[in-house]
Each structure stands twice: as C-alpha cells, then as structure tokens.
Design a protein around this ligand. Sequence first.
Ligand code: G
Ligand code: G
Ligand code: MN
Length: 444
Amino acid sequence: MPNKNNFIEQHQAKRTYLVKIGTLVIAIAGIVYTAFYIASKNWVGAIFESIFIYIGYMAYKENSRNNSVAIAHVYFPMLFVAICASCIFLDVPNEFAPRSHHTYLLPMAIYAHVLYQDANRHLKLLSPIVILLAFLIFACTKMGFSLVSMTYEQKEMSTWFVNTVAIVMLYLVVFIMQSDFNVRNVLENEFSNALLKKELELYYQPQVNKHGHVIGAEVLSRWHHPSLGTITPDVFIPIAEKTGLIIHLGWQVLKSSCDQLVIWGKSDATAHLTLSVNMSVKQFEEADFVPRIIALVNDAGIDAHKLQLEITESIFAHNLEDITGKMVELKSFGIKFSLDDFGTGYSSLAYVKNLPLDELKIDKSFIKDVLTSVSDATIAKMIISLALELHIEVIAEGVETIEQLQFLVENGCSNFQGFLYSRALPLDAFNEFVLAHKVPLSAA
Ligand code: G
Ligand code: G
Ligand code: MN
C-alpha cells in the first residue's frame, strides 16, 4: 500500500521547493542591492537593503523546517513593511524615472491570499486589500524622502532589475496557487467519490475502565485511497467540513455504528459495548437532526444508551439554544453526550453545567505531559473533579504510558483511551481485542 498521505507529501515537497526559490530570490535581490550601495559608499542604503538578506535567509530557514506559522506571522509582514519603507526612503520617483519597488507588492498581495487561506476571516480578506492599497498609493504618488541618490543609468538598471524579480515572484506565486488549487480539487472530488462508493472504513479505538474492562470504542473514519494512498483524518475532515460533505459522512458513520451495535448486541462478549461517534456541528445544525437519529436508532432496534455522540467545544460558537434543545431531546430519548477535546477550546464552565452531558473527555494534549507539566496536571485534575462534581463520567484520551494511567487513576479518572491499550483497529482486530481482554487489562 502506498505511504500515508503520499499524495499530500509530494505536493508539500513541491510547495516547499517553490517557496524556497522565492526566499532565495529575496535574499539574492538583497545581496545585489546591498553590494551596490556599499560600492557607492551609501551606508544607509546598504543597511536598509541588508534587511532583505535577513528576511530571505530567515524565511528560507523556517521554510525548510516547514514552519509556515513563522513565515505567515513574522517574515511575510516584515517583508511588507520593509518594501513599503524602501518605497518611501530609497525608491522615490524623480525626474529620471518613476518608482519601481512597489511592483513587489503585487505578487505579495496574491501570496497573502494563499498564506492566510485558513486564517481567520479578517486576516484572509484584509491582508491582500491592505497590500494592494499600499501598491496603489506608491504607484500613484511621489510620496517619499529619498535617503539615496542614483544617476539616470543606475535608476534605469534598478527599474529593470526590480521588475524582473517581481515577475519571477509573480510566476512562482501563481504556480503555488495553481498547485494548491489542483490538490484541493482532486481531494474534494475523490472524497466525494469515496463517500458515494462507501470507501471510507470505520476503525474502533478501545475505551477501557479502571478495572481494565473494555467498555466501548470511539469510531474513527479511515480513508485508504486505491491510488493516492492513505489520507489521514487531519487532511480529509477539514475538506469534508469545508464542502459540507461532513454531513453525509456523519450519517454514514451513524448508520454503520447502529448496525455494529446490533451485531455486538447478539453476542455476550460484546453486548455491553458502547460506541462514541464524533459529530460535526454542521450535522447538529440540520433541521431534522433529532428525528433522523431517533429513526436510525429505532430502525436498528438498539438501546439508545449504547450510542454516545462526541461534540467539541467549537459547538459553543454556534446557536447554543438550538443545540442545547436538540441535545435535551436526544438525551431524553436515551442518547448520551461526551464533550471531546475538553480544555482546548473556549468552554465556559456555565455552558458545561447547562448542557446535558454524560461525559467529559480530557484532551490528549494535557495527558501527554501530565507527569512533567504542573499546569497540564492541574488542568487534568480540574477536569476530573469537575466531572465528579457534575456526577458525569470522565475519560482521558491519549493515554500512552502506565505512569500516566496511574496518575489519572490516583486522581479519580474512571475511563481511558489511548495507545497504552490500543490504536484504532479495524473491526475484526477490535473484536479480537475485546475477546483477548476479557481478563482485565493492566490497571490500578
Ligand atoms: O484518530 P484520528 O487521527 O483518526 O482522528 C483525527 C481527528 O479526526 C479526530 O479529532 C476525530 O475527531 C476526527 N474524526 C475521525 N473520524 C471522524 C468522523 O467520522 N467524523 C468526524 N466528524 N470526525 C472524525
Ligand atoms: O479529536 P479526537 O478526540 O476525536 O481524537 C481522536 C484522535 O486521537 C485520533 O487521531 C487518535 O488516533 C488519537 N489518539 C488516540 N489515542 C492516542 C494516543 O494514545 N496518543 C496519541 N498521540 N494520539 C492518540
Ligand atoms: Mn473524538
């Protein structure tokens, strides 16, 4: 089978390569200008231009480390400021020639659109507009206080150089955009096909109580594409969310989960198992969400208590009244609710108190360093006592070591999920896991 995210990784490699060329071009342009100003003994100009060498070099380094956050939030804004400053202090139009440095702002405006694609709405919309406005001002005005002077020949050469570099940048940026667009298109189409052909598989990650008994599983979708290889949920879930296909995925997963509970119900070894299903807010917002789930459960003839819906804190950013109402209705029907990734979002404790929850799920990011970080340990303990106060269950996810388990047990956590027990498993392997662990797993 091809490697995980092979397709995505190839695209990333190509992208990293293109950005690398871009950062090198910035650094080289900086070197050329710095050398020119040093040769003409213009120290102000030289120092100014060496900033571009620094930005190009740092962005090159961060790009090879795949640190796009540093590029988006430090070096790209720095480049914008540096170019604006160079338009004001170095490249002021004179009687020989118009300004040229502002041309760099055109590829930058397009790149901002790519760079802030997944950022918040304001940044995504405003950054290209601000850059284009700056372009317009520098293109249409003579504003500036020149700190350097150039001869006619020098100015002419500089104009040629700047416009050539800007064209190269424009080409690179368009190439990156096109490549991103293709990948997104392919993934969206393929994901939609995979849903139609029911190509996504369900995996089951065991959930275990403090006595070491398997009490249930979290259902996790897996996508093994026949030619693109395995695509991980961190890639396809955001695509599904963006396209709205998450709703179809959600119903498929819920239907399969009910069917699975029917099958498990027929055997003594598995009849007690519960299933936790991750829910998207989008699905929750559907007008017929409640009757559809009730119909699914009734048609399958399963005990509604066996089905637990995992919601994340992002749900609080939506119409809370509507969502709470639906939860109350489903809860009175018997369906359970778990608050996933608890502690990472913006839960207000008041919300948590008012929602009809049955379980809090401590996020794996706190469990990871629970033994070494005082603050993570405090948060984990706080969530456990909150659950005890509210008389609901608490489960820790991402438990990887016996020591983490011991800490959690000592502090009153009742249920666990993580690689210590098992990864998410295909159905057969999960059934074997349950049979093999009828004897309690290593616990307290
Ligand atoms: O364990 P894994 O790498 O599969 O999960 C990554 C993320 O993808 C988790 O946050 C999980 O909530 C999400 N996820 C996995 N499968 C599904 C699914 O079927 N529906 C939804 N909404 N999210 C899922
Ligand atoms: O976001 P959600 O809570 O649905 O996350 C489930 C995710 O957690 C899945 O990606 C699953 O593979 C991952 N996961 C489960 N157990 C562990 C673990 O012990 N360690 C790590 N690092 N990830 C885990
Ligand atoms: Mn989950």
